[in-house]
Structures are given as structure tokens and as C-alpha cells.
Design a protein around this ligand. Structure first.
Ligand SMILES: C[S@@+](CC[C@H](N)C(=O)[O-])C[C@H]1O[C@@H](n2cnc3c(N)ncnc32)[C@H](O)[C@@H]1O
Length: 270
């Protein structure tokens, strides 16, 4: 299979929770954009496609107080965390979790008002088919919002660390080109091909310096996941050793991080 489902992947779930924490301003701005474009007619059905641990689904449920949110994911572990948070936050009655592999079919009854697909389409074997299914399920005047990242987040400040990070990202890019061929795709073109009309695309430039306290945990987990793939990554022995040292420093709470990156949110109507 050419795609990763990350079933039962605890560390990915932790990473998603840290993303919500460290990039909290981005999440607020991105979902405010979706809220403004969607309008707030009562009785809406919202879908969080590849919902992960629920950052989008929970925020959408708060932004649309009359809506039902359907959170779809192939990972039971992700959905379990999402449900726990929904209960804690008093949102459980309006959030339904659907454990489904989007590669095997469309699991949500029509009509759908708003679909939020954050960092999930690039995991799918056939995102074009899923986009066509979203299009068919979306009511006229509804909305799809696709959040993706044109570049990976970076954590290390300028200097030797940044040079190492650049080399690590190059090696990771080659690894992902085989595993996640849809990463970095032209989502505007694919939305249009599925029948959507583009409404807006917003680029969010992220530059957090000083980085929030949770950034060290985020970076430790992010780089730590690379150390588990050393057999598959084409790193020099020196860079593999430097990566291991870096993870130790981050776990000890490095405080000089600078979080940089870009997220895009593309909005379209059926
Ligand atoms: C990078 S995470 C993004 C999670 C969340 N949308 C966010 O932005 O925090 C990708 C999610 O897509 C899910 N996923 C991957 N392939 C899937 C598939 N075929 N069907 C349903 N979910 C899938 C994964 O389990 C994971 O939770």
C-alpha cells in the first residue's frame, strides 16, 4: 500500500495534540476563516475528515453551537482520544465518531454542510475519489476546507542546528515521496477536478520566537519519530548520531527553539 494509516499510532496522536497546543493561533485563525465562509445556519452537519485527535472537530463544535459534527478516522485510538475530550468539554452529544477507512468508501450520509479536511487528504490512496464523494454529499452552498502544509515545520534556530534540520528534511522528503505520494499536491486543481468551485485560499505563515513551552516536546517527538525510522532513512552516520543527540537535548527541555512553517487553507463550494 502506498499510504500510511497510522492505526493505533500513539506517538502520532501525541504529535497532533502538541500541534494543537503549539500552533493554537493558527488553528484559531484557520477555523475562524471556515466559520466566516460557512455562515452559521442552524442544524448544520459538519464533517471532520481524518479527524485525528479532534482538534478540528472540537473547535468546529464550539464555533457552530447548533451543528452536529461527524469525526471520521481510520484509527480507533485517535477517535478514542477525541471522544474523551468531547466528553470532558461537554460536547459529546454533538460529536459523532465514525471509525471508517475512507479508502474503502464514503461513510457519512448526505447532506453535509461543511467538510474540514486537515492534513488528511495526503494520506489517502485515492483522494480524488474521496473529494468526488464529498462533492456529491455536500448540499448546494455548502463548503469544503482543505488544510495542508507546503513545507514541514522547522524547530531549530539558525546555525548548525538549522543546517542539520535542513539535511534531515531532505532525507525525510525522499522517504515520504515513496510513502505519501500525494503530499504537496495541488489541492486547488484536485478540488476543481472533483467539481468544486474555488472560493479562497489563505496562507498562514508561522514564526514563533520565542517558541511556546510545548515546542520542545513537539520537536522531541517529531525528531524522535525519525530516530525510529533510521533503517529507512538515508542519513549519514554523523547525522544519525547528531539526530540522536538532538532528541536527548530536546527531551531535556531546550529553550532556544523557533517554530517556523506554513499551512494553507483552501476553501471551495460544490
Ligand atoms: C496527520 S493526521 C491529521 C489529523 C487532524 N485532521 C489534524 O489536523 O490534527 C491524519 C489523520 O488521517 C487519518 N487517516 C489516514 N488515512 C485514513 C483513511 N484511509 N481513512 C480515514 N482516516 C485516515 C489518520 O488516522 C490520522 O488521524
Amino acid at each position: 500500500m502506498s499510504h500510511d494509516h497510522d492505526h493505533g499510532d500513539d506517538s502520532l496522536a501525541d504529535l497532533l495534540d502538541l500541534d494543537a497546543d503549539v500552533l493554537s493561533d493558527y488553528w484559531t485563525d484557520a477555523l475562524d476563516l471556515v466559520h466566516a465562509a460557512a455562515g452559521s445556519a442552524p442544524g448544520q452537519r459538519l464533517v471532520d475528515l481524518g479527524a485525528g485527535t479532534g482538534t478540528g472537530a472540537l473547535r468546529l463544535a464550539r464555533l457552530f453551537p447548533d451543528a452536529d459534527v461527524i469525526a471520521v478516522d481510520a484509527s480507533a485510538e485517535m477517535l478514542h482520544r477525541l471522544r474523551e475530550k468531547a466528553v470532558e468539554q461537554g460536547l459529546a452529544e454533538r460529536i459523532t465518531t465514525v471509525h471508517a477507512d475512507l479508502d474503502t468508501g464514503w461513510p457519512v450520509p448526505a447532506p453535509v454542510d461543511v467538510t474540514w479536511a486537515s492534513l488528511s487528504l495526503h494520506h489517502l490512496a485515492d483522494p480524488d475519489r474521496v473529494l468526488r464523494d464529498v462533492h456529491a454529499a455536500t448540499r448546494p452552498g455548502g463548503l469544503i476546507a482543505v488544510a495542508e502544509f507546503p513545507v514541514q515545520l522547522r524547530f531549530l534556530p539558525d546555525g548548525d542546528g538549522a543546517a542539520l534540520e535542513t539535511r534531515l528534511l531532505e532525507v525525510l522528503g525522499r522517504y515520504q515521496a515513496e510513502r505519501l505520494p500525494e503530499l504537496g499536491s495541488d489541492w486547488r486543481a484536485r478540488l476543481t477536478a472533483a467539481g468544486f468551485m474555488l472560493l479562497d485560499e489563505r496562507t498562514f505563515d508561522i514564526d514563533l520566537a520565542p517558541a511556546p513551552p510545548a515546542a520542545a516536546d513537539y520537536a522531541a517527538l517529531w525528531f524522535g519519530r525519525l530516530t525510529h525510522r533510521l533503517d529507512d532513512l538515508d542519513l549519514t552516520p554523523a547525522d544519525a548520531a547528531a539526530l540522536t543527540d538532538l532528541v536527548t537535548e530536546l527531551r531535556n527541555g531546550r529553550t532556544d527553539l523557533r517554530v517556523r512553517g506554513t499551512r494553507t487553507v483552501t476553501l471551495a463550494r460544490p
